[in-house]
Each structure stands twice: as structure tokens, then as C-alpha cells.
Design a protein around this ligand. Structure first.
Ligand code: ASP
Length: 326
């Protein structure tokens, strides 16, 4: 590593929500903690050998996409049509390039396709078109993925019994509510989740990545904040890198990830103040959730306004620290 190198830093989340302690068995908690630690180690290993924040966040997110405990990739929740529709995005704070994908039903690791779009978006200045696509969705995105060697899987790959049972439970509650006229409440844990990572590397560059299956029983075709640059994901050298989780509609309306950056740039807030304030703006509109944000000095914030958020960071001694509850 160079002498004047920046200190790398890495933060991750595995979704925010009402995480019910009563329903959390020791085995389940252990599996979540191990999943978060695996993600931290995967990203940290890259940062330690001088790799980029962009690569580190991709690697961390990818391990959580492969882990059925998390609502992303393999463990994605079901739509109201009984399908899985996956969203992801990534952004490089150095170049301000970004890649995002939505409504995927067969891409094993959506974050890899998002990253490919980011890489392919580079064009010589003043070329025509001036940039490759930043955001692709649905069948077209999957055709593009296939043509470019990204792994596709049968939709069955995304079937997990627990997520399927959550869908049935919500559908039942919905039907009962329609009948009785009463509102129904389902724990957030059954409803959503998302995974994300934000990092600063030894060159002082920032990046963030996010991936999700969205919300259980979401109307097929619905797209949340996770693949929206500026809402669920944002990175800009000089300010911060951010990944969000929560009620996506509100995070889109409040442009939460971008707002964290703006509050630092234009209001001179530090990363903790900016993260809290941006999250509050989504909350004022009616949305709950959390976010992770890190700045170029490795200072970070992991705020949430739910009862818990699966989250973690690498401490000053390079040890993974993971937390679940408040
Ligand atoms: N933000 C995600 C979405 O709205 C869900 C979540 O993070 O829990 O799709």
C-alpha cells in the first residue's frame, strides 16, 4: 500500500425492519451473523490488497445474494403473482458512473449485471450515444445479460419455503382485511429486506452497491428504490457512499441516498448528521427503514428507524462487527 494511502473502510446491511426477538431462534441469529461476517470478509479482503471500493461492495453484496437468509438473489421474496423480481444497482464515486437493473427473474446475481452496465457505460468523450445504458429492466435486461455471459438460472432457483410461506400469510391477512374492513399488520421481517455495501478504498475512492427482491406481495412490475440511483444507492468522491433499505416508495420520493451526499456538500454536515437527516425526510413522508453511509475518512453512519437492521462494519483492527437490534 502507498504511504499516503487512505484508510479503507467497509459497511454493510442486510435489511431493516421489525426484527422480532421472540421469533429469532439462536440458530437463525447465528446464521444471520455469519452471513454478515462472510460479506464483510469478502469485501475487506479486496480492500486489504489495494482493490477498489467498487469491487469490494460488489463482492460483499454477491455473498448475500447467494445466501438464502437475505432478501436478494437466492432468497428474494415473492410478488403477488408468485414470481421473484430482483433489483440491484451500483455506483462508483470516482467516475460517477453507475449501473442498475430491475425486474429480473432469471439473473442469478443481479449485482453482477448492474456492475457490467456500469463498466460498459464508459464511452470516449463526445461519442454517440454518449453513454451506455445506466438502468435496464425485465426481459431486455436478461437478453443483454445472456448475450454478455452473465449466469441465468431457472426461476425455481429463487424458491425458498420461508419466503413462499410469508407470501401466503400476507395474502391471507389481506383477504381477511378486505372482508372485515380492518387494517392488517405483518411484521417487516416477513415483508422485506435488502442487502447493501458501501466502502472507501486505499485510493480514497468511494462506492456503493445494493440488491433486493423488493417487498413480499409487491404488485408484479413494481420497482422500489434499490435500483434507483440517488434513491437506494449513491456514491460521490468528496462526500459519501450510501445504500438504503426500507419502504422503497418513500426513499424514492425523498431521494434519500442523494440527499445524504447533498447535505454534506451543500450544508457542510458530517456523514452522521447527513444520514440521520436524509432518513428523517423519508420518515416524515411515512416511510420506515435505514441506510448505511461512509465518507472518505472512513467515518460512517448506520441509522434506522425500525426495531432492527442487519448491519456490520470492519473495526479499526480489521475485525468484523455485526449488529441486529437497536
Ligand atoms: N427498499 C426495498 C424496496 O422497496 C425493500 C427493503 O429494503 O426492505 O424494494
Amino acid at each position: 500500500m502507498q504511504e499516503n494511502a487512505a484508510k479503507p473502510g467497509l459497511v454493510i446491511h442486510g435489511g431493516a425492519g421489525t426484527i422480532d426477538r421472540a421469533k429469532m431462534t439462536p440458530e437463525k441469529e447465528k446464521a444471520y451473523r455469519e452471513g454478515l461476517e462472510t460479506a464483510l470478509r469478502a469485501g475487506w479482503e479486496i480492500l486489504q490488497r489495494g482493490g477498489s471500493a467498487l469491487d469490494a461492495t460488489e463482492a460483499a453484496v454477491r455473498t448475500m445474494e447467494d445466501n438464502p437468509m437475505f432478501n436478494a438473489g437466492r432468497g428474494a421474496v415473492f410478488t403477488n403473482a408468485g414470481t421473484n423480481e430482483l433489483d440491484a444497482s451500483t455506483m462508483d464515486g470516482k467516475t460517477m458512473r453507475a449501473g442498475a437493473v430491475a425486474g429480473l427473474q432469471h439473473v442469478k446475481n443481479p449485482i453482477l449485471l448492474a456492475r457490467m452496465l456500469l463498466d460498459k457505460s464508459e464511452r470516449p468523450p463526445h461519442s454517440d450515444p454518449p453513454s451506455g445504458p445506466v438502468l435496464m429492466a425485465g426481459a431486455g435486461a436478461e437478453t443483454f445479460a445472456k448475450a454478455n455471459g452473465i449466469e441465468l438460472v431457472d426461476a425455481k432457483y429463487f424458491f425458498t419455503q420461508e419466503r413462499w410461506d410469508s407470501l401466503q400469510k400476507i395474502k391471507k391477512a389481506e383477504a381477511e382485511a378486505a372482508h372485515s374492513g380492518k387494517q392488517y399488520i405483518i411484521s417487516d421481517d416477513e415483508r422485506h429486506g435488502t442487502v447493501g455495501a458501501a466502502a472507501v478504498d486505499a485510493q480514497g475512492n468511494l462506492a456503493a452497491s445494493t440488491s433486493t427482491g423488493g417487498m413480499t406481495n409487491k404488485i408484479a412490475g413494481r420497482i422500489g428504490d434499490s435500483p434507483i440511483i440517488g434513491a437506494g444507492t449513491y456514491a460521490k468522491n468528496g462526500t459519501c457512499a450510501v445504500s438504503c433499505t426500507g419502504d422503497g416508495e418513500y426513499f424514492i420520493r425523498a431521494a434519500v441516498a442523494h440527499t445524504v451526499s447533498d447535505l454534506m456538500e451543500f450544508r457542510g454536515m458530517n456523514v452522521k448528521q447527513a444520514a440521520e437527516e436524509a432518513l428523517n425526510r423519508a420518515h416524515e413522508l411515512g416511510g420506515e427503514g435505514g441506510l448505511i453511509a461512509i465518507d472518505k475518512n472512513g467515518d460512517f453512519a448506520l441509522p434506522f428507524n425500525t426495531s432492527g437492521m442487519y448491519r456490520g462494519y470492519m473495526d479499526a483492527n480489521g475485525k468484523p462487527v455485526v449488529q441486529i437490534y437497536k
